[in-house]
Design a protein around this ligand. Structure first.
Ligand SMILES: Nc1ncnc2c1ncn2[C@@H]1O[C@H](COP(=O)(O)OP(=O)(O)OP(=O)(O)O)[C@@H](O)[C@H]1O
Length: 246
């Protein structure tokens, strides 16, 4: 067995994943992510980006292959250990903002901290700081339904950053944001990650978003390819609009 390199916080080898209906989402993907690195995973719709983030974070169990986090074999962990790992060490941002409707904005942002055992008072303070940084501090006492979609996504980003996770998985985090908001929010995210030493794995099909990363790995049909040239297309144009070199 090959040991993962020491300076890789995440390391995956020959990941294969097939969905229940037989869709082959990953077909032998290997990669390493260095500590503090912002890595973009790019590729057109359906290329396997979300599935790869799911496997790297332990949310999905690959059919075969290995995932190591800080030299710990995630692929050998049971569901409970993977759950704890995600709760204590990882952060996650989905393409669509999902918040607890019964909690206000700061309570939503403070939730992962409180789940990790931080006191309510301290969690509130940290959550409010992150909400300020993402320009939604003034919405802290509102309920999610009183916010616009783009504001709800900012809350999700604050919630993911507040506990300073070791690795933050961001799956198309700017999808619900208006174009004018995107650059600012993504720069806030990447600047905060760099200043707190948070490693980020960022799935995106947008070249401008990928450009904010230190490095990009490209996927096509569940395989790594050297480059996928993605013009800034509308989402409906799909994979026909890309060219590749393998
Ligand atoms: N729950 C599922 N059941 C069956 N097939 C799925 C499921 N989720 C994804 N797939 C298929 O697996 C492949 C990879 O999907 P995945 O969502 O990982 O790609 P992606 O690059 O993240 O795409 P997108 O940008 O649309 O989210 C695609 O062919 C997709 O249709």
């Amino acid at each position: 067995m090959v040991a993962p390199p020491d300076n890789d916080v995440l390391w995956a080898r020959a990941l294969h994943f097939q969905h229940h209906d037989g869709s082959p989402a990953l077909q032998g993907v290997s990669l390493g992510v260095q500590e503090g690195e912002i890595l973009a995973v790019s590729g057109p719709r359906g290329s396997g980006k979300s599935t790869l983030l799911g496997c790297l974070s332990g949310l999905l169990r690959a059919g075969s292959g290995e995932v190591w986090f800080n030299s710990v074999p995630v692929h050998r962990m049971g569901p409970l250990a993977r759950e704890r790992l995600r709760r204590d060490r990882f952060g996650w941002i989905d393409p669509a903002p999902v918040l607890v409707p019964e909690l206000n904005v700061w309570e939503n942002a403070a939730l992962p901290l409180m789940l990790r055992g931080t006191s309510r008072r301290r969690a509130k303070k940290v959550a409010l700081e992150w909400l300020e940084r993402l320009d939604i501090g003034d919405r802290a006492r509102r309920r999610p339904h009183q916010l616009r979609q783009a504001e709800r996504q900012r809350v999700c980003i604050a919630r993911a950053l507040a506990p300073s996770p070791t690795v933050l998985f961001a799956d198309e985090p700017s999808a619900p944001l208006h174009r004018a908001d995107r650059g600012h929010v993504l720069r806030t995210l990447t600047t905060a990650a760099r200043s707190h030493g948070i490693t980020v794995v960022l799935a995106t099909h947008d070249p401008e978003t990928a450009a904010l990363a230190d490095r990009t790995v490209s996927l096509l049909d569940g395989r790594r390819v050297n480059t996928v040239h993605l013009p800034p297309v509308s989402e409906t144009e799909g994979r026909a609009a890309c060219s590749l070199s393998v």
